[in-house]
Design a protein around this ligand. Structure first.
Ligand SMILES: O=C(O)c1ccc[n+]([C@@H]2O[C@H](COP(=O)([O-])O)[C@@H](O)[C@H]2O)c1
Ligand SMILES: Cc1cc2nc[nH]c2cc1C
Length: 366
């Protein structure tokens, strides 16, 4: 295959990549123009002006629709690297939290209720059983029961990685039909180890810089985690240059929820619905999405920076400015949801604020 040929021919992943286009420059320009004519000093909404213009560019219309209702997809998966003692939590907590999330008892459920957002849990690779029936609040799309241990070999096959990416695409496509904003969520004990490995692989960062304390690990655990991340990232060619190399790197050191989240970013971009990214798991998955399809990230917003150091590295590499910085390190989609009112306010301002002309307000004199 020549380097310029469309990647992954004959697959949903390939078709989705082909369907993604950049933001609409005309709509974005119209948004910037309207922001300058609104009854406020030009530029006075700061970063929210960039958000508003971006929403217009994604929607292809000015003003853009409100990003409501929102839907959080919480992709859940387990990690073979748990065997390396990189987290103090038993693996069963992933399955137990799936039940809690579906039952409405997790933090993300409370934050979603505050905003009228929907929560959908997607089991893309939970390793232990839970006593919850599949339904609209729990989609069982398990590619395999947890990854293999990325410390000693590939976390999954390339075919499994693509299958999990395509789960994320399908979930995004379905939710985009009746939601104005898609929000990333994740649940997976040990997934900050895989996140750090992905950040190293896709940015060239050192393991010690990209690896953090996750749920709150002690010093010996952190040292083990850094060593695991360094060894895993060393198996992957730095900064994969093609979509095929990106998928291979994801399979080598990533997680099933990372794969699904990468697909979720691609699927939302193809559907022209903005996607609001949560913490380091989403950030590292977005690096994969960007390597698969750079234009997809034009439709993404970073809700916050988490306390996990790899997250800021990922956002910097992606050129995304986080809307909030609250030292959160929970995941589930919580930080992204907290940023949703900012995104909604940016859209509403562009839709509803009067212009100097329409309100009869005099503009500045010089
Ligand atoms: O969102 C983040 O940046 C984030 C930072 C630290 C931990 N987490 C969550 O904590 C779990 C992974 O932590 P760990 O220490 O087991 O790797 C997983 O369920 C994540 O959702 C999430
Ligand atoms: C209890 C618990 C809840 C979580 N939610 C997201 N990651 C989590 C990790 C743990 C351990």
């Amino acid at each position: 295959m020549t380097p310029d040929a469309a990647p992954f021919p004959g697959t949903l992943l390939g078709a989705t990549i082909a369907a993604v286009t950049p933001r609409d420059a005309g709509a974005e320009r119209a948004g910037r123009d309207r922001l300058d004519r609104m009854t406020k000093p030009p530029g006075s909404l700061g970063v929210l002006e960039d958000v508003a213009a971006q929403l217009a560019g994604t929607a292809g219309s000015c003003p853009p629709p409100l990003p409501t209702p929102a839907a959080v997809a919480v992709f859940a998966g387990d990690h073979g690297v748990h065997a390396q003692d990189v987290t103090p939590w038993p693996q069963e907590v992933t399955a137990q939290m799936v039940a809690n999330l579906v039952g409405g008892g997790a933090v993300v459920n409370a934050f979603a209720a505050q905003l009228g957002a929907d929560v959908v849990v997607v089991d893309v690779g939970v390793a232990t059983p839970y006593a919850v029936e599949p339904g609209p609040a729990l989609l069982v799309r398990r590619v395999r029961p947890g990854t293999a241990d990325l410390a000693v070999g590939p976390a999954m096959t390339v075919a499994e990685a693509r299958q999990a990416v395509e789960v994320g695409i399908e979930v995004a496509t379905a939710l985009a039909a009746d939601h104005g904003c898609l929000v990333t969520g994740d649940m997976g004990i040990a997934n900050t180890t895989a996140s750090a490995a992905l950040v190293c692989a896709f940015t060239g960062a050192a393991a010690a810089a990209a690896t953090g304390r996750g749920t709150g690990v002690d010093d010996p655990t952190l040292a083990r985690k850094v060593a695991v991340v360094a060894r895993a990232a060393a198996r992957v060619p730095e900064r994969p240059a093609t979509p095929e190399a990106a998928l291979a790197a994801l399979a080598e050191v990533g997680g099933l929820e990372h794969a699904a989240l990468a697909g979720f970013v691609l699927g939302s971009a193809a559907a022209r619905v903005p996607v609001l990214l949560d913490g380091v798991i989403a950030g590292s998955a977005a690096l994969v999405a960007a390597a698969l399809c750079p234009a997809a990230l034009e439709h993404a917003l970073a809700g916050h920076t988490s306390a996990e150091p790899g997250h800021a590295l990922a956002l910097r590499a992606l050129g995304l400015r986080p809307l909030l910085g609250l030292d959160l390190r929970l995941g589930e989609g919580t930080g992204a949801l907290l940023a949703l009112p900012l995104v909604a306010s940016a859209a509403r301002a562009l839709r509803e604020v009067a212009t100097f002309d329409s309100a009869g307000v005099t503009g500045k004199s010089r």
